[in-house]
Design a binder for this molecule. Sequence first.
Ligand SMILES: *Cc1c(COP(=O)(O)O)cnc(C)c1O
Length: 227
Amino acid sequence: MSIAQNIQNIKEKLPEGVTLCAVSKFHPIEALQEAYDAGQRVFGESREQELCQKYEALPKDIEWHFIGHLQTNKVKYIAPFVNVIQSVDSERLLDEINKQAVKNNRVIDVLLQVHVAQEETKSGFDAFDLEQLLTKTNISERWPNVRLTGMMTMASFTHDEQQIMREFRSLILCYNTLIGGPLKEQGITKDQFKTLSFGMSDDYHIAVQCGSNMVRIGSSIFGARSY
Ligand SMILES: *Cc1c(COP(=O)(O)O)cnc(C)c1O
């Protein structure tokens, strides 16, 4: 099946209000162009160099989301143009994104990545640590050029759907804790902090049941990656 057909099939399965982020990492420019020609505008990439090259080569109305592990010394390369950094997993990274956003005279949208999976290898804030951080930090003073627009997570790599569901629900729980607690106290409401990015090719059907409003889908659109 073609990329356009794959996108069409997925979109038919997504409830209204769920955004499809097409994860194009490791796929060539031509594949992204094909998705673009089929109407896709939101793309996710996980390596800064690859993202920069694709940004240069492709139409400028694409919304670029960074979804991979981001080292602080690499933020400067994507800060001039990236639309959303989904994979923000540390205080230091928030500080650096703010610094680079200031330098570029812009505000960068970020999602807070929370660790819910059993595997220790996956990155993300611990939910409790994140609550502590946002409670003790004056957000608008410390990160004036960062806009917190929601949360992101990845479930464990397993076929146990109950476990995946439990993990997704723990993200929702964390979201509710933040939006009803430290964020509310600092005037950040659901109008701003509204993106719940979870669900990939193998588990997005579960994710949308659990309340995801952004799914990040790669292989079901572009085919298998070779890496
Ligand atoms: C690669 C990746 C995806 C997409 O995974 P697929 O299984 O190919 O759909 C989604 N989110 C993140 C963070 C990724 O790294």
